[in-house]
Write a protein that binds this ligand. Sequence first.
Ligand SMILES: [Fe+2]
Length: 195
Amino acid sequence: MPNKILETNNSVSAIQKGTADKTTVDKNEMKKAPLHKLFVSALKDIYYAENAILEALEKMQEAATTEELKEAFEDHHLQTQKHVKRLEKVFKLIDEKPEKKECKAIKGIIEEGEEVIKSTENGSATRDAALIIAAQKVEHYEIAAYGGLAQLAVTMGHDKAADLLARTLQEEEDTDSHLTDIAETSINFDAEQED
Ligand SMILES: [Fe+2]
């Protein structure tokens, strides 16, 4: 591709002339790579999702019946604020601006969560059983997203970004298993007793 060669030559002559340092050239080359573009696009998707989840968790906390589940949502709300901050750091590490890209998948999952609130009785254990399933659908979406992003970061040599993404991935996994514990130790049994 002649254009590509031309760009490379320009970069080389820029270094020779001292008008651009090697880091700038490397960054510009990096930003053109299709995998880098995919990585940034996926980051914008999860950045949108995390912000949408912050709002959803507030509603879910309010709608939950048991203190245990309310607390689980409150804790995860605090964690989600950290996840947003970490994503902003990841954008910075790869020299990109934090931007949101509408994520239809998470919108749909959150809408489902709103529907279960409408279709279950206020103050019931069945409400909590339904909210746990809805919240776990959110967690599984995030686990898939962060798992893929962390791996891409490793592949492209963004070690610090990979570490941040892996930490969030671990927290999403812990939240998911905590929700399973709550459901299986009490809430599902209480819901079964309701008529
Ligand atoms: Fe998160």
